[in-house]
Write a protein that binds this ligand. Structure first.
Ligand SMILES: NC(=O)c1ccc(N[C@@H]2CC[C@@H](O)C2)nc1
Length: 245
C-alpha cells in the first residue's frame, strides 16, 4: 500500500517511520511512503507557501497553488488514491473507516499548517477526516495516526498474525480486556488465576466477559452499537453480578 503525504515538514513523517511497525512495514515493502513538500512547488524565490488571510484575522494560511501542484504530483505517482485532508472539520476517524482504508491501493494525505489552507484546495480533496475534537498545530500527527492505524491492518505487518484481528475495536467495537505478563506478582497483586489455568476456552470466555463489562462501564455508547448474543448477555449479567458483590 502506498501513502503519499503532502507536508512542509517531511522529516516529521520520515523520522517517525524509522521506528516500530511502520519502519518494519516499509523495510518489508508492505507499505511505501512518499512525502511531497509544497515548498518545492512554490513559484517564488523564497519558496513561500503561506500568506495573510483575505478579510483579516490572525495568523497565516497556506496558499492554494503550491498545495494544488503538490496534490497533482502525488496523484500522478499514486493514481486512483483518494486525497484526504486532515482537519477538525472532518468526519471522525473510527476503526470501521480504518478497516475500509486498509482495502485501498493507496492514500494521499494532506497535512496543513498555520491557520489552515485556502478553501479552493478542497476542490481537489476527496474527503476530510478528523482524529478527534481538538486543534493541533499541523496535520502531520493526524496523518501519522491514520497511516499507522491503517497499516496495522495490512496482513504481515504486525509480528503476531492475530494481533490486528484481535484488536479490541476490531471485535465489532468492544474495549480491550485486561492483559498481564511476568512477573506473576506485582505489588502484592497476582495474575487472575484463569489466565494461568491453561483452559483456553475458559480464558477466551473470561476475556470476552471482561471486554463486555468494561465496554458497558466505560463506553455504553459503544456497547449500544453491538447486538449481544445470548452467551454475551449472560456473561455481562454475571460480570455485573460479580461487580455488585
Ligand atoms: N483533529 C484533527 O484531526 C486535526 C487535524 C489537523 C489539525 N490542524 C491542522 C493545522 C492547520 C489546518 O490544516 C489543520 N488539527 C487537528
Amino acid at each position: 500500500m502506498r501513502f503519499d503525504i503532502i507536508t512542509i515538514f517531511p522529516e516529521l513523517i520520515h523520522g517517525y517511520l524509522r521506528e516500530g511497525v511502520l519502519g518494519r512495514g516499509q523495510a518489508k515493502g508492505l507499505i511505501q511512503v512518499h512525502t511531497w513538500n509544497p515548498r518545492d512547488f512554490s513559484d517564488n524565490a523564497y519558496r513561500r507557501v503561506d500568506d495573510r488571510p483575505f478579510g483579516g484575522g490572525p495568523g497565516m494560511l497556506m496558499m492554494a497553488p503550491p498545495l494544488l501542484a503538490a496534490i497533482a504530483a502525488a496523484r500522478a505517482a499514486n493514481p486512483g488514491a483518494p486525497v484526504l485532508y486532515l482537519s477538525p472539520q472532518g468526519q471522525r476517524l473510527q476503526q470501521s473507516a480504518v478497516q475500509d482504508f486498509a482495502g485501498v491501493e493507496g492514500l494521499i494525505l494532506l497535512a496543513g499548517r498555520y491557520e489552515g489552507i485556502d478553501e479552493r484546495v478542497l476542490a481537489e480533496v476527496d474527503a476530510e477526516w478528523s482524529i478527534g475534537d481538538y486543534v493541533l498545530a499541523g496535520g502531520e500527527l493526524p496523518a501519522l495516526v491514520l497511516m499507522e492505524a491503517v497499516a496495522r491492518q495490512l496482513p504481515g505487518l504486525l509480528g503476531h498474525a492475530d494481533s490486528a484481528a484481535e484488536d479490541s475495536f476490531a471485535d465489532a467495537g468492544l474495549l480491550d480486556c485486561p492483559h498481564y505478563t511476568r512477573p506473576e506478582v506485582v505489588g502484592g497483586k497476582k495474575v487472575p488465576e484463569v489466565l494461568l489455568s491453561g483452559d483456553h476456552a475458559r480464558i477466551r470466555r473470561w476475556r470476552l466477559q471482561q471486554s463486555l463489562g468494561r465496554t458497558a462501564e466505560r463506553r455504553p455508547d459503544v456497547l449500544a452499537q453491538r447486538v449481544l448474543s445470548a452467551q454475551e448477555q449472560q456473561l455481562l449479567e454475571d460480570y455485573r453480578r460479580q461487580d455488585g458483590e
